[in-house]
Design a protein around this ligand. Structure first.
Ligand SMILES: C[S@@+](CC[C@H](N)C(=O)[O-])C[C@H]1O[C@@H](n2cnc3c(N)ncnc32)[C@H](O)[C@@H]1O
Length: 247
């Protein structure tokens, strides 16, 4: 697991709250679920629980699943009324099947190996009711890989609760399991005029081509209902809405 979701979980919490407009994320994903008449949702990669209160306040049945204990602990303390469990999307089994599953924030990027992609979609399919909806976003390799060959360095800055953070990242194409990349980042906190390094992270993440996503989903009996081009902070992203076609 990358440091960002363990040692740096509290820095993640501070930075991502500034990067992502969670109200907008909620509106976007809940509108899709409402369109398909779903009011129960499993959020995979629920992180520090930023979407959970919005789903709960609006009458959704909500369950969060994340493989990081640190992130889940933060989520539980922030949203005591929410249900969060620790689990790995590549292989998990819920007590009861759910109506829908969402994976936001390009979390699918952490699934790098082909077998793990198949494992994740197969697990999700098993835990969805027939006709259940899976909605997730991914970084579009067609645009992203060319972008990083022009500019490998990206700086993100965020201010949260009076503290200013910076993430200085470098991307390197690895191409070991498709269009996967090495993402090296250093995290800094600003004190006066100085930037103090507070942590490092090294991760292998996968960007996907739409075609391969179509194949992976078809192999696990999902039917694609919608493909939405939705650029979110910094990266070209597609959102997929797919339906489970088996029990
Ligand atoms: C980019 S964060 C997104 C968190 C949250 N959805 C948000 O928007 O703030 C990715 C999250 O996915 C979790 N994650 C990564 N790989 C996972 C896996 N195989 N199974 C479950 N959770 C995973 C990480 O622990 C992290 O909390």
């Amino acid at each position: 697991m990358t440091n960002l979701y363990s040692k740096l979980a509290s820095v993640y919490e501070a930075m991502y709250y500034s990067f992502i407009d969670y109200e907008e994320e909620y509106i976007f994903y809940s509108n899709i679920l409402k369109k398909y008449h779903k009011n129960g949702v499993l959020e995979i990669g629920s992180g520090t629980g930023n979407l959970a209160p919005l789903f709960l306040e609006n009458g959704f049945e909500y369950l969060g699943l994340d493989y990081s204990k640190d992130m889940t602990e933060i989520a539980k303390s922030k949203v005591p009324e929410g249900e969060f469990i620790v689990g790995d999307m590549r292989d998990f089994q819920l007590k009861n099947q759910v109506q829908s599953a969402i994976i936001t924030g390009r979390t699918i990027s952490y699934i790098v190996e082909h077998q793990d992609v198949r494992g994740a979609f197969a697990s999700i399919g098993r835990n969805l009711q027939r006709g259940g909806i899976l909605c997730f976003d991914f970084i579009d390799a067609n645009r992203f890989i060319l972008d990083i060959t022009k500019e490998r360095n990206v700086v993100h800055e965020a201010t949260h609760k009076g503290k200013t953070y910076q993430r200085r990242s470098t991307w390197d194409l690895k191409g070991e399991h498709g269009m996967d990349v090495i993402w090296d980042s250093k995290y800094y906190e600003k004190t006066g005029d100085e930037w103090e390094e507070i942590g490092k992270d090294h991760a292998q993440v996968r960007t996907y081509m739409l075609n391969e996503i179509e194949i992976f989903l078809a192999l696990e009996n999902f039917k694609i209902l919608e493909v939405i081009d939705r650029p979110t902070y910094a990266f070209p992203t597609y959102v997929i809405v797919a339906q489970a076609t088996t029990d």
